[in-house]
Design a protein around this ligand. Structure first.
Ligand code: GTP
Ligand code: MG
Length: 366
């Protein structure tokens, strides 16, 4: 089914179409992404009407084979999962950690303290997603939501050059939106959904996903509101990734400060909202000049750590200068079999326990 226009839906005439597009809903996909509750909220239509329109949209997409039915056979789930694309990180070590690369149809959260390389990782993925499929990319474009004003085109140029790609083309294929407050950040994402298909966006970056929410909602009293709003944002991100088969990448700063007396000092600042929704969570940790990345509670990855570095090419393999000569296997990139000093340090203070996600902040229920 090619026709995604709203007025292709039975019973939706010019008046409703206008009402919807005024609310930022431009096609049938947008209806699905927003869902009935939000639709009623933003258009002022009553809940039944909204539910009815979303149901029609859903049916239209099911008939067109664009989304799966509510109950599907395992075969169909399997088929849909086979459409999952993987984007190489440009490194052996992080590709190993991610079992091939960053996945589409899901959200990957990268959390870690300042300077741990989250933003550098985002920049690198902006370039590698553009590579052709044979080279581990998805030949796609990027939407980058920058909430901390840390997007640097110069970094894209240098990473692209290091990967033997045309830097101008690389820049052309990244759309950057600067978000000034958390409401704006959410609005950008809502508005973005209709651009995704038109522009073949395969990577959606939000760096950082949590920072603005955290700055605006200070103190215990506002925590539940913050978690609710953040929850809404993160779920929207996941729905977009699933609907459009693109990868969502969100960062989250954690403090590794010794002045935290209770709980895990490296618990993500966003609390549980991001953690429960993310498909994958990766913890970045500084270890001198090196960095350690750890896969945390993934449904189908072993919990393991790898060492990587930061350089002109963005995230790089720790031994990339000598890599050509080296005969190291992928396995030897794991922390366990690498530099024993780093190994000791990571075991003693990486501090991320699998059960850290079950801690406090009860407000994040759906
Ligand atoms: P916050 O956003 O503050 O939480 O940190 P972050 O995790 O996003 O850190 P970021 O990705 O900005 O990493 C910063 C580190 O990347 C710096 O300490 C540098 O070591 C490294 N880095 C940044 N740019 C370059 C570069 O051009 N070349 C090299 N070699 N390293 C760089
Ligand atoms: Mg950053």
């Amino acid at each position: 089914m090619e026709d995604l226009r709203l007025d292709a839906l039975p019973g939706v005439g010019p008046v409703t179409t206008k009402k919807l597009s005024d609310a930022g809903i431009h096609n049938i996909m947008d209806l699905i992404v927003r869902g009935p509750v939000e639709l009623a909220e933003i258009t002022g239509m009553d809940k039944d009407t909204a539910a009815n329109i979303v149901e029609k949209a859903r049916q239209a997409l099911v008939e067109g084979g664009m989304i799966s039915k509510d109950f599907v056979s395992a075969t169909e789930v399997y088929k849909r999962r086979q459409e999952i694309g993987k984007i190489t990180t440009g490194t052996e070590c992080l590709d190993l950690l991610l079992d091939g690369g960053l996945e589409t149809q899901g959200l990957t959260e990268v959390y870690g303290e300042f300077g741990s390389g989250k933003t550098q990782f985002c920049h690198t993925m902006c370039v590698t997603v553009q590579k052709p499929k044979e080279e581990g990319g998805l030949d796609g474009t990027v939407l980058y939501i920058d909430t901390e004003n840390t997007f640097r085109p110069e970094r894209i140029v240098s990473i692209a050059k290091a990967h033997g790609m045309d830097p101008e083309k690389a820049l052309d294929r990244i759309m950057v939106a600067r978000a000034y407050n958390s409401a704006h950040q959410t609005l950008i994402l809502e508005e973005a959904s209709h651009m995704i298909q038109e522009n073949n966006i395969k990577l959606l970056v939000v760096d950082s996903a949590v920072g603005l929410f955290r700055a605006e909602y200070l103190g215990r009293g506002t925590l539940s509101v913050r978690q609710q709003r953040l929850n809404k944002f993160v779920h929207l991100l996941v729905r977009i990734a699933e609907t459009y088969n693109c990868a969502a990448l969100a960062t989250n700063q954690v403090m590794a400060s010794p002045d935290v007396f209770f709980g895990d000092p490296t618990r993500p600042i966003g609390g549980n909202v991001v953690a429960h929704t993310s498909t994958y969570r990766i913890y970045f940790k500084k270890s001198g000049k090196k960095r350690i990345a750890r896969m945390v509670d993934s449904p189908h990855h072993p919990e393991q750590e790898v060492i990587f570095s930061l350089g002109d090419a963005g995230v790089i393999d720790p031994d990339s200068d000598t890599k050509k000569k080296s005969t190291k296997t992928a396995k030897s990139l794991k922390v366990e079999s690498a530099d024993p000093e780093i190994n000791v340090e990571s075991k003693s203070d990486s501090g991320v326990d699998a059960d850290s996600k079950t801690e406090d902040i009860p407000e994040d229920s759906e």
